[in-house]
Design a protein around this ligand. Structure first.
Ligand code: TIU
Length: 230
């Protein structure tokens, strides 16, 4: 029986679940989901929903390690921001009025209007700030393919594999990974580089991704990714 996955000249094998991930240098974009102050810092959108935002800080350092590794190799990097236009015309009322938050999307908070483009809270945290040449996708939904040019940008970059980091694991990260899976991308989630307000949901998401022979994709620890590409 042939090994699974088959070796490919030049590819880097990453020890992941449910199988080794065969990373093709230059074709694997690092996709960092929504590492914004609005989710990670007190006083933002995440906190307005009643969440303990301290759970997310742990993902910043590991995501920075991935970002450094990708930048060193000049491999493609994509950052996303969950965000809305100032007139909120791209924010469905169903999203804005869901639940009983302390503040709603567009309301003024300590970091400016929640989830509104151009406001301080909407920006990516300084440690992960995009550099010139990196793609930044503003997305009105949880998934990064919905109502955005992400697919066109990935085509332009020649990316057929996506390595995921970001927050939150079971909301925007998982939604985007599932969207990517249906569009034919191989997706790998880096475990320490993602976080949830609910640690149990993060753990469950990882299991959902790798179950059934990788029904959504692959997961791997940061060390396995860094070793595999070294
Ligand atoms: N609430 C929550 O867990 N997440 C979001 O609203 N957006 C993202 O996951 N980025």
């Amino acid at each position: 029986m042939s090994p699974c996955p088959r070796p490919l000249p030049g590819a880097r094998m990453i020890a992941g679940r449910p199988f080794p991930f065969r990373l093709e240098p230059g074709r694997a974009a690092l996709v960092i989901i929504d590492m914004q102050r609005d989710f990670i810092e007190p006083g933002g959108f995440g906190a307005s929903l009643g969440n303990d935002v301290s759970h997310l800080a742990a993902a910043v350092g590991p995501t920075r390690a991935l970002l450094d590794a990708w930048r060193t190799r000049a491999w493609p990097v994509v950052h996303t921001r969950e965000s809305h236009t100032p007139d909120l015309s791209d924010c469905p009322p169903a999203k804005r009025h869901r639940g009983c938050p302390k503040l709603r999307i567009g309301d003024p908070g300590p970091m400016g209007r929640l989830l509104v483009r151009g406001e301080p809270g909407c920006e990516i945290v300084p440690a992960l700030a995009p550099q010139p040449g990196e793609v930044v996708i503003d997305k009105p939904g949880k998934g990064a393919f919905f109502a955005t040019p992400l697919a066109d940008e990935l085509k332009r970059l020649g990316a057929t594999q996506l390595v995921f980091a970001g927050v939150t694991t079971e909301v925007c990260v998982q939604t985007t990974m599932r969207e990517a899976n249906d569009r034919g991308y191989d997706g790998l989630l880096v475990e320490e580089a993602t976080a949830s307000y609910f640690p149990a949901f993060k753990a469950a998401t990882i299991e959902m991704i790798v179950a059934q022979g990788g029904i959504v994709g692959w997961c791997a620890p940061l060390a396995a990714v860094l070793e595999g590409i070294a």
